[in-house]
Design a protein around this ligand. Structure first.
Ligand SMILES: O=C(O)c1ccc(O)c(O)c1
Ligand SMILES: [Mg+2]
Length: 629
């Protein structure tokens, strides 16, 4: 392997919340080498630029650039002269800050003159003054600039100005937001004339570029723009320099700066891998969910055991040294952990009975740990007893654990045999095949941290975003799936605290799995077996079946069979069919689903989610059917 060729990394202070000191500390703690000082953060800082310089030096942080300098070029007199005076004042500030580079973004003023030659002359004049002080200027095309919004236009002006202290600033957002790319860059721009590079991703939104840019930018890997290709094209010119993040995002501004700064650094580490600049331990090959773990105490375990028993789970194992039980139905494993002084106990103390961990089957757990370390995700080591297997785990963004187990399907020894006393129980009717998906409710500001975690560490792909109406607000849902379909993790987020998702998040202080779907071969048989065991299944209103008949033209016999077992139905464009049924909630915090996929169906029955959410709401109402608590 060639020596890692990591590039220096920088982050704009505008990405982070808090006062300037907090931002700087967060950037330094995350491992950035420098920061872009956003002018507004300086204006609101209660101290001199020299003090900012000192604070940065104390943290071993450089200042990569001072920005932005707005509405400069191609103004009529008298603004033109005033702008040059203004530039001199900012040069004073830069010298006090100890940075030599300033960013001029393209003019947005209605009064700006549409004359590239004038713009070039003005930038030449500014660069000449900067050069006298050993400073440099770079020019950036804003996507909403009055006359200049493409990098090619900005370059024409920089080229025409022809001053050694003047160069180009490239910003992935402005280019990609306009559907543009860096094609032709290598043929036209000498790499040393690209003075600065700003990186940002974003979701694809039908929105004017200014609002899109000011509120919805994301770190690379969190959105849908091809930032990797952008950077690859730039590196293809031979350019090497600082990778700087510039993200304006309403949620980032409100989130803890340390978490956001860490995510920012991770996004750049990942991006360097994507462009082939460095190698990291490669992505895991996923083989499904090996188990889901609940934090319980003895009383909660008794209750949860009753609920699971009605779903056909039986206790098949006792941990050799810990207060931990294994429950199983067919190919689905659930772990009930009541061990004091463990990660599970920590969670139980805070939140009561909840899911505290998920275990994924992977080809090589140690390689995933190494990848997590390379991405600065925290690795967790649980205590183990004599002769017991150490199962490595990573902390997810919400603090729950992601265990990594060697895939038994690859001939690896199952983890259970070493650590558990097993008393196998014969399968009942219609056994479960395994976990089809596990859905997490996520606090609104946490979604993008999860997106980064799933994508960079595990290589999961984000599916389409669904907006699902709950009776008391909207729930946004996005599934993350393994390319081979073995792992499916939908994330749900709701701005309203009154939706099922919102109540779950606010009552349970953050995220967590609130819904586990088990794969079955025959949903009707599985629903029948569940009903026979007295499982608390969720009632579905008759209107649903009326509509189903109208929409999908099912015949009466099919409809009757669905309705009798409260099964929901979906069919995709390719003819794939999804049959599923839900349990009622266990203590208002978790529910289960049985799910049958036919003919390559890959969705989650999202069209049925509003019906399910309304039924759950009726169920939870005082005077509604007895709740599980
Ligand atoms: O939104 C803006 O005004 C703005 C300012 C400076 C930048 O570098 C940028 O990309 C956008
Ligand atoms: Mg920019």
């Amino acid at each position: 392997m060639t020596e890692p060729a990591r590039l220096p990394k920088s982050i704009a202070t505008v990405c982070l919340s808090g006062a300037l000191h907090d931002k700087l500390e967060a950037a330094a703690a995350a491992g950035f080498q420098s920061v872009e000082i956003f002018e507004n953060d300086l204006l609101t800082f209660d101290g001199t630029p020299a003090e900012v310089r000192q604070a940065c030096e104390d943290l071993d942080l450089g200042i990569s650039i001072f920005q932005p300098f707005r509405d400069f070029e191609a103004m009529p007199e008298p603004q033109r002269g005033r702008n040059l005076d203004r530039a001199e004042r900012k040069f004073d500030t830069m010298q006090a800050l100890g940075t030599d580079l300033v960013l001029v973004c393209s003019n947005t003023q209605p009064g700006a003159i549409d004359d590239p030659a004038r713009a070039a002359a003005d930038l030449h004049a500014m660069a000449e003054r900067a050069a006298r002080r050993g400073l440099r200027v770079c020019y950036e095309a804003l996507a909403w600039g009055r006359h200049v919004n493409r990098w090619r236009q900005a370059w024409e002006i920089v080229r025409a100005a022809d001053h050694p202290a003047l160069g180009l600033c490239l910003d992935s957002f402005h280019t990609l937001a306009l559907g543009d790319d860096l094609a032709g860059l290598a043929a036209t721009v000498p790499p040393e004339k690209v003075f600065f590079l700003q990186l940002a991703d974003a979701p694809r939104l039908a929105m004017d570029p200014l609002s899109w840019s000011r509120h919805h930018r994301l770190f690379p890997g969190q959105g849908e723009l091809d930032v990797a290709r952008f950077l690859r094209d730039l590196l293809g010119t031979g350019w090497r320099g600082t990778l700087s993040l510039e993200v304006f995002n309403d949620e980032f501004r409100a989130a803890p700066s340390r978490r956001i700064a860490r995510d920012g650094l991770r996004s750049l580490l990942w991006l360097e891998e994507q462009v082939g600049q460095v190698a990291m331990p490669s992505l895991p090959e996923l083989g499904g969910v090996e188990f889901v773990e609940f934090a319980v105490d003895a009383a909660a375990r008794e209750q949860l055991g009753g609920f699971l028993g009605s779903l056909g789970f039986a206790r098949v194992g006792l941990h050799r040294s810990k207060d931990v039980e294994l429950w199983r139905n067919g190919g689905a494993n659930l772990v009930l952990n009541a061990e004091p002084d463990s990660a599970a106990a920590e969670r139980f103390e805070q939140l009561g009975p909840t899911v505290c961990a998920l275990a994924l089957r992977v080809d090589d757990p140690q390689r995933v740990v190494a990848r997590a370390e390379a991405l600065h995700y925290p690795v967790w080591r649980e205590r183990t007893g004599e002769g017991e297997r150490h199962i490595p785990a990573i902390r997810q963004p919400d603090g729950t654990l992601l265990y990594l187990v060697a895939d038994p399907a690859r001939g690896e020894r199952p983890i259970w045999e070493d650590d558990f006393q097993l008393t196998p129980v014969a399968d009942g009717p219609a056994p479960l095949l395994g976990v089809d998906h596990a859905a997490e409710a996520v606090a609104p500001g946490m979604m993008d941290s999860f997106v980064l975690f799933y994508r960079t560490l595990l290589g999961l792909q984000a599916e389409t975003l669904w907006e699902l109406p709950d009776p008391f607000g909207l729930v946004r849902s996005r599934a993350f799936v393994a390319q081979n379909g073995s792992v499916r993790l939908p994330l749900n987020v709701s701005e309203s605290t009154h939706t099922g998702t919102g109540r779950f998040v606010s009552a349970l202080a953050g995220a967590g799995v609130h819904h586990i779907a088990f794969a079955v071969a025959d949903a009707a048989a599985a629903a029948e077996a569940a009903a026979a065991r007295g499982a608390p299944m969720l009632d579905i209103p008759e209107n649903y079946y009326e509509d189903l008949a109208a929409r999908l033209g099912l015949d009466d016999a099919e409809l009757m069979a669905l309705q009798r077992r409260h099964l929901l139905y979906d069919r995709d464009a390719a003819g794939g069919v999804f049959l599923h049924a839900y349990t009622r909630q266990f203590r208002d915090r978790i529910f289960m689903e049985i799910a049958e996929r036919r003919d390559g169906y890959t969705g989650f029955g999202a069209v049925n989610a509003p019906v399910r959410m309304a039924a759950q709401r009726r169920d939870a109402r005082p005077g509604g059917r007895a709740a599980m608590d």
